[in-house]
Design a protein. Structure first.
Length: 222
């Protein structure tokens, strides 16, 4: 499940991102409204967590744009603003839920699970298929040409982030944020090692290196 987290407080964003990754969400972070709209178009997230007090374009502007473009992706407003009129405005603009700061993480996760169930009513398949590679996010299994692979957790998570963003370049920083907890020590070449190990188990050329940028699984036929 891909989440776009739009929060301008980078410390809070980092903490939230790590908590969501531990719950098996794939997270992309944006720190202002303009970046949020750009990331939304490239990421095509399943859920959006949206602060209201954002630079460039505020949360209301982001939400209004998404709904005017007929995007139905569930949006959870997460903000320090708790005035009734602002809650009403957000909900009228098309927000699916509204949670005020400060908040408890278990409540946020419960609300996200409820929203994700709505997404799953539309798309019930847990499988991501790219060519001959199939990743099942429900069982955490990966198969190539029907043969199951034995992948350590970090390799599985690396592959999941890349396959959920097929056709999109994932930087080393994005991969690290999805694989490692906040404050966890990360080896300088940890991502490179995971990619190298995956390449030995996957079809030749399945993961491409975009020099100086990151890694990419191309869309089939591209």
């Amino acid at each position: 499940m891909k989440v776009l987290l739009v929060e301008d407080n980078k410390d809070l964003s980092n903490a939230l991102s790590q908590a969501l990754v531990r719950e098996n969400f794939v997270v992309e972070c944006a720190y202002d409204g303009q970046s949020a709209l750009r990331y939304f178009d490239s990421l095509e997230p399943d859920l959006v967590i949206l602060d209201l007090g954002l630079p460039e374009i505020d949360g209301f502007g982001v939400l209004n744009h998404l709904r005017n473009q007929k995007h139905t992706t569930p949006v959870l407003i997460l903000t320090a603003r708790n005035a009734v009129d602002e809650k009403v405005k957000a909900l009228d603009l098309g927000a699916d839920d509204y949670l005020s700061k400060p908040f408890e993480m278990p409540e946020l996760l419960a609300r996200l699970r409820a929203l994700s169930r709505r997404v799953n009513l539309v798309s019930t398949s847990n499988e991501i298929v790219v060519g001959t590679v199939v990743l099942d996010s429900a069982t955490h299994e990966v198969a190539v040409d029907g043969v199951k692979l034995s992948l350590p957790k970090k390799e599985y998570m690396t592959l999941k982030v890349l396959m959920e963003g097929v056709g999109q370049v994932k930087t080393k920083q994005i991969l690290e944020s999805n694989l490692y907890s906040w404050g966890e020590e990360i080896g300088s070449n940890a991502i490179e090692v995971h990619i190298s190990n995956l390449r030995k188990k996957l079809p030749e050329g399945f993961i491409k290196t975009i020099r100086g940028v990151g890694y990419l699984i191309p869309k089939v036929g591209s």
